[in-house]
Design a protein around this ligand. Structure first.
Ligand code: DC
Length: 229
């Protein structure tokens, strides 16, 4: 059996990370959530007052990029790696609606992308990795043996994200979440640097009507096909 790289891209809240975690656990591969890295840089910008609803000091953020340290540390209890920003666990803080509202603007910045892509390529240099994001199959690992592109209707995705936020006690409305999902789709697909596009050789999965287990089984079959080819 071959050791491979699995790239999972797609729109926000399509369940990329759920699928990626299932695959990584089953295959005993490393899992990397690249969205968490963009979220951590966004949190850094918020903590330092570089970004707010009515202003964004991009240049100061760009100047600070070399001082931003990002790490994943495996949490055995949770069964996945948590995000650390400058040695502080920020796993909870990066999942708020405020971070979601600003993250696409931070992810547009080429200097931020260059730094994160380099770190992602380093993490995947020995393969045996499942990485999810927006540009994994197109930019980070264009030679990945398996590329999955996940979609679902904006309403389905907003409902999922809304349920998650509610479960955490976040005070948001469904309309607010839907607006955020649609805005991020727009910015992610229209930015100049590494926009979200489907790679030529990616397999598209619309999971609006698939449950987690059905989806996992379908993708596992694809994985086994590639590993045995
Ligand atoms: O996967 P997520 O929703 O946590 O990602 C948050 C944002 O980060 C997303 O709206 C766009 C950006 N992102 C990106 O530009 N490239 C990636 N590889 C991953 C995320």
């Amino acid at each position: 059996m071959k050791t491979i790289t699995i790239a999972i891209d797609g729109y926000s809240s399509t369940g990329k990370s759920t699928l990626a975690k299932q695959l990584a656990k089953h295959l005993n591969y490393i899992y990397v959530d690249t969205g968490a890295m963009y979220r951590a840089v966004t949190l850094f910008a918020m903590q330092n007052g570089y970004i707010d609803y009515d202003f964004f000091d991009k240049q100061t953020l760009i100047n600070s990029v070399p001082s931003i340290k990002l790490n994943f540390k495996f949490n055995a209890e949770l069964g996945f790696a948590e995000m650390y920003l400058n040695d502080v666990n920020v796993e909870k803080e990066i999942r708020t609606i405020e971070v979601s509202n600003f993250v696409s603007r931070v992810a547009e910045i080429s200097q931020v992308r260059a730094k994160l892509v380099e770190q992602q390529q380093e993490m995947g240099k020995n393969k045996a990795i499942v990485m999810d994001g927006r540009d994994i199959g197109t930019v980070v690992f264009p030679d990945a043996e398996l590329k999955i592109f996940m979609t679902a209707s904006p309403e389905t995705r907003a409902q999922r994200r809304y349920d998650e936020l509610q479960a955490k006690g976040d005070d948001v409305t469904y309309e607010e979440v839907l607006k955020n999902v649609e805005e991020r789709d727009y910015i992610d697909t229209h930015r100049d640097d590494s926009p979200l596009v489907i790679a030529n050789d990616a397999i598209e999965i619309d999971n609006s009507y698939l449950d987690k287990e059905e989806q996992f089984k379908a993708v596992l079959e694809l994985v086994e096909e590639v590993m045995n080819s």
